[in-house]
Every structure is written in structure tokens, then in C-alpha cells.
Write a protein that binds this ligand. Structure first.
Ligand code: ATP
Ligand code: MG
Length: 317
């Protein structure tokens, strides 16, 4: 285990009777890393997170937080973990002020120190306006933020956030992502999400799981490279030119397939997909120019994370 590894998961498994929620999940997260934890509904994300945070005992495998085994040394491990569970916080009758004070007490803070910690968590989660309203009566977004404040209160080194932006409006999503970015350098953070743009926005690395197993582990860019859209070239041109362009580009060894979409005003978008992920923008552009075919717009595609995600998880189904 390298010196800056803060979270190490080894072969975690959880069976509920005949239900195999988690089959075999292993990964490590280093200081400063925000790991996106992706997978379709029922993939085992929340169950894995519950085992990491000590809420569920694994059937097999281990989770180690800053060197402390969650099962063997739960007190030391839990001190270093902040956990935002899925859904709303427990204690619906409490106000956020009372709930956070209570969490501070459980975490072992007294007097002025506790008040300071609660204030900071309230500021970070932007809860000032709703501090004295019962949690039960808060909107979904504010409930998530109360959960987030609770997870941050003791300034833990490892944060396990189960769909932190679920139910938030676009501004709130943006604020929570900003907050995660701000605190990330000092922490190891795992966030589960269904939102792929979130992975692009804040995660340096992403793991895709389905049916309780890890199917992919890499940077968002590396995952995008697995998309058939990676290095694809799209052009906007006159519809009438599409057959000529196809015939011309078919002669290029890197071109594997085409897709054309008719637009308005006699225009069309033609996309050429590459064979084996080879860049071809410059050459296709040159071929069209030399053949005298007018092109209004040409661009190289990045690769589409949503498509890769469907592709990877679809194969596991
Ligand atoms: N306490 C439980 N008893 C029985 N089965 C369970 C229990 N908790 C979870 N499961 C099952 O384990 C599987 C994984 O569930 P989990 O909640 O971990 O998925 P998830 O990836 O978080 O899904 P989602 O994206 O919908 O939140 C599902 O089939 C679920 O029904
Ligand atoms: Mg879940």
C-alpha cells in the first residue's frame, strides 16, 4: 500500500441470502483523488459504500481506512470517514441545528469546539436559511445538504458520498461540486452517481460496476477512448454532397463506418467512425478540400461517456 493511499478495498463481497449484491469489488483511493463510482440501479454501489463505512458487515473482503481495518478497528476507522448515505437523514423530527449539534456530540466535540464545527459545516453546506425547520419538512435538496453537513462535520480524511447531488437543482449541484473540488486536495473522496457529466466535472478517476463486479477503472478520458465516437469526425455539408464524401472517405484505411443525419435547409451532418481509434481529422479534411467538396463545419468527436457506460454495463446484463 503506497504512503498516500487513504482507502483500500479488497475483494469486498456481500450476499443477502440468495441475493448477491456485491460479488468482488477492489480498489484504492489516494489522497487528493475524487473517485466516481458508477453503475446501473442495483449494481451494488450503496451496498459497497455501507461496507466501507461499517454500516454493513461484509460477507468477505476488507476495507481499510488510513491503515485501519473497518471491521477490526471500527472506532479508529470511523473517526476518519464521513458518510453521506442514500436518501434523507435519519431523525426527521429534529431541526438541522439540533441534528448537527447531536452529531457533533456523538463525534466527541464539546462546547465552543462543537459550535465552531457545526457553524463551519452549516456554512459549507449552505444551510443557514433552514436551520430551525424540522428536517422532515425540508425539500429533497436541503435534506441532502443536511446529510452532507453531517458527513463533513468532523473534517474526515475519507468521504463516502452516495449520490451527493441527487435531488439538487442545477445551481445546488454546481455548488456541491465546487465544495467537493475545494476540499478534495486533502482528502480521498468516493462519490456514486448516475450523472456522467458529474464524473467529467469532478472525478479524476471512475470505476464502473455492474452486478457487484468492477468492469472498468480509469480516467474519464480513458473511458471515453473506449467509445466508438472517440476520434470520429463529424462534418456539416450540403446533403447532396454526402454520397460523394462517403465514397471519397471510404478510401481512407482508418474509416470504418458512417452515419448521416439530415438537417434543415439542405444541410446534413455526416460522421465518419474510425477503425481502432486512430485520429483522422486532418487527413479527411485535406481529402475533402482537394476534391473541392464544400464543408461548412468539421470537428473531431471526444468520445461519449454515456455510450461507453451503456456498452460496458449492458454486456454484464
Ligand atoms: N438489505 C438488503 N437485503 C436484500 N437485498 C438487498 C439489501 N440491500 C440491497 N439489496 C440488493 O442488493 C443489490 C444492490 O443494491 P444497491 O443498493 O447496492 O445498488 P446501487 O448500485 O446502490 O443501486 P442504485 O443506483 O439504485 O442506488 C440490489 O439487487 C438490491 O436489491
Ligand atoms: Mg444506491
Amino acid at each position: 500500500m503506497s504512503a498516500d493511499t487513504m482507502l483500500e478495498i479488497k475483494n469486498l463481497q456481500k450476499h443477502f441470502g440468495p441475493i448477491r449484491a456485491v460479488e468482488d469489488v477492489s480498489f484504492t483511493v489516494r489522497k487528493g483523488e475524487v473517485l466516481g463510482f458508477l453503475g446501473p440501479n442495483g449494481a451494488g454501489k450503496s451496498t459497497t459504500m455501507k461496507m466501507i463505512t461499517g454500516f454493513l458487515a461484509p460477507t468477505a473482503g476488507t476495507a481499510t481506512v488510513c491503515g485501519f481495518d473497518v471491521e477490526a478497528q471500527p472506532i479508529e476507522a470511523k473517526k476518519r470517514i464521513g458518510y453521506l448515505p442514500e436518501g434523507a437523514p435519519a431523525y426527521p423530527d429534529m431541526t438541522p441545528a439540533a441534528f448537527l449539534d447531536f452529531v457533533g456530540a456523538i463525534r466527541g466535540f464539546d462546547g465552543a469546539e462543537r459550535a465552531k464545527r457545526v457553524d463551519l459545516a452549516v456554512a459549507r453546506a449552505q444551510l443557514k436559511g433552514v436551520l430551525h425547520q424540522p428536517i422532515d419538512t425540508l425539500s429533497k435538496g436541503f435534506k441532502r445538504r443536511v446529510g452532507l453537513a453531517q458527513a463533513l462535520l468532523h473534517d474526515p480524511e475519507v468521504l463516502i458520498l452516495d449520490e451527493p447531488t441527487d435531488g439538487l437543482d442545477p445551481n445546488q449541484k454546481h455548488e456541491v461540486r465546487e465544495l467537493i473540488r475545494q476540499i478534495a486536495p486533502e482528502k480521498a473522496i468516493v462519490i456514486s452517481t448516475h450523472i456522467l457529466e458529474e464524473v467529467d466535472a469532478i472525478c479524476a478517476r471512475a470505476i464502473v460496476i455492474a452486478k457487484g463486479r468492477v468492469l472498468a477503472d480509469g480516467t474519464p478520458e480513458a473511458l471515453e477512448k473506449r467509445s466508438r465516437w472517440h476520434y470520429a469526425v463529424s462534418v456539416v455539408t450540403a446533403s447532396a454532397e454526402v454520397p460523394r464524401l462517403k465514397a471519397l472517405w471510404n478510401g481512407h484505411p482508418a474509416v470504418a463506418a458512417f452515419e448521416a443525419v439530415e438537417g434543415e435547409g439542405g444541410l446534413a451532418m455526416l460522421t465518419a467512425f474510425p477503425r481502432g481509434g486512430v485520429p483522422m481529422l486532418a487527413e479527411l479534411g485535406r481529402m475533402a478540400r482537394e476534391a473541392g467538396i464544400r464543408i461548412d463545419e468539421i470537428r473531431e468527436e471526444r468520445g461519449r461517456l454515456d455510450e461507453v457506460f451503456r456498452d460496458i454495463t449492458g454486456k454484464a446484463a
